[in-house]
Design a protein around this ligand. Structure first.
Ligand code: AMP
Ligand code: GLY
Length: 419
């Protein structure tokens, strides 16, 4: 069969690589892909948000299965357009992807169905928001309702920051339409975890837990990024906790979405805070995490295409997900200056042989005159599998040293102190 992967980041390279291991697959296309997806796929010059062009391509090329990585096309209804044309696509339709695209919808759903989350209220006017802030005090979390490419969440430690953010979002329009409605949320303390599940709308199969690192600097300092590393499994996420998350969060959410007329199929992602009172939802996403996918897909023993086809055919109850015993650690290499201004077109050189169990999942790379060069802020995720987290971590950092480009920036503390 022919598969189209939509997107061009490290997650999509990992998806294309994993899909390429399926004996059912003959050809893979990636739109737009990157310098790394070329190893396993044909890149197509169509942007990940260009829904009509993607559907035209899938139709013209006779694509049997389209897999969508990023959230924007999902929220904009790529699933609905493909369904309208009778094309098979793995990922939720627009009404279900709204669980990621509209934070107020996700919060309302959780409140209505008793799914544990931080206390909240939402506002479209500044005055009532500022009044709520005075009542609640700080720290407080301010979230733009709509998609804001990782810039829509501010954890305000003091009142001036909170006031400024509320005014910037609601009155200043700094996030455009996405910030015209905001959620003010109770500040939660604890470790974070990414709990994902594949679901056909009925059966819910949790993936192994993972953890990502959002800040640019070691020790979680500096500005937020698209993600600087990840690892799986999590020593502080025993099977009893996994069962609790499945029982209290993942299954009730899938059921609630169906009850609300927003049937969800694809990957549901719950970003959790592991608080003293138990796991609580920080956010839902309608897709695999990036860079979590880059550590989860190498650990997955199943044929991913089989899992995706079972999802589309409502047969997930027949599938058991199986995970390799090995741990995985992924370190993101970013361009110098990221997440601020950075240079593109910097040559990327890899030295020596790649060890077994090491993957270079590329993101911001492309070929110029036959030379691999940088083309984005996050250049690649270097993932290593090892017998436990310490070994995987050592192997990942050894592999990092074999990838060189000017300005190369990475965190040195991914999975440090684990296991
Ligand atoms: P989100 O995009 O909603 O996951 O938020 C981005 C980051 O902000 C999260 O990964 C947390 O580190 C932090 N965050 C979000 N909501 C809260 C909260 N209620 N309490 C504390 N930190 C939060
Ligand atoms: N790693 C967080 C996300 O994909 O949203």
């Amino acid at each position: 069969m022919k598969v189209l992967v939509v997107g061009g980041g490290g997650r999509e390279h990992a998806l294309a690589w994993k899909i390429s291991r399926s004996p059912r697959v003959d050809e893979i296309y990636c739109a737009p892909g990157n310098g790394g997806t070329l190893e396993v796929a044909t890149n197509v010059h169509i942007g990940a948000d260009d829904i009509q062009a993607l559907a035209d391509f899938a139709q013209g090329e006779g694509i049997d299965l389209t897999v969508v990585g990023p959230e924007v096309p999902l929220v904009r209804g790529i699933g609905d357009e493909f369904a309208r044309r009778g094309l098979r696509l793995f990922g939720p339709g627009g009404a279900a992807a709204a669980i990621e695209g509209e934070k107020s919808l996700a919060k309302t759903l959780m409140a209505k169905y008793g799914i544990p989350t931080a206390d909240f209220a939402f506002f479209t006017e500044a005055e009532p928001a500022l009044r709520y802030l005075r009542q609640r005090g700080t720290p407080i979390v301010i979230k733009a309702d709509g998609l804001a490419a990782g810039k829509g969440v501010v954890v305000a430690q003091d009142t001036p920051t909170a006031e400024r953010t509320i005014l910037d979002f609601l009155k200043g329009g700094v996030l455009g339409q996405a910030g015209k409605k905001i959620v003010l949320e109770e500040y939660l303390q604890g470790q974070e975890a990414s709990a994902m599940a594949v679901t056909d709308g009925q059966t819910v199969l949790p993936l192994a837990p993972a953890r990502d690192y959002k800040r640019i600097g070691d020790g979680d300092t500096g500005p937020n990024t698209g993600g600087m590393g990840a690892y799986s499994p999590l020593p502080d996420y025993p099977s009893e906790l996994a069962e609790r998350v499945e029982r209290e969060i993942l299954r009730p959410t899938v059921r609630a979405m169906a009850a609300e007329g927003r049937p969800f199929h694809g990957v549901l992602y719950a970003g959790l805070m592991l608080t003293r009172e138990g796991p609580k939802v920080l956010e839902f996403n309608a897709r695999l995490g990036d860079p979590e996918a880059q550590v989860l897909l190498p650990r997955l023993a199943n044929d991913l295409v089989e899992v995706m086809e079972a999802t589309l055919e409502g047969r997930l109850a027949d599938i058991r997900l199986q995970w390799r015993e090995e741990a995985a650690v992924g370190v993101v290499l970013a361009s110098g200056g990221y997440p601020g201004l950075f240079q593109r077109g910097v040559p990327v050189v890899t030295e020596g042989d790649r060890e077994a169990g090491v993957h270079l999942f590329q993101a911001g790379t492309t070929f110029e005159d036959g030379q691999l060069v940088t083309s984005g802020g996050r250049v690649m995720t270097v993932t290593a599998l090892g017998e436990g987290l310490p070994q995987a971590r050592t192997k990942a950092y050894q592999a990092v040293e074999k990838v060189r480009f000017e300005g190369r920036t990475f965190r040195r503390d991914i999975a440090r102190g684990e296991g």
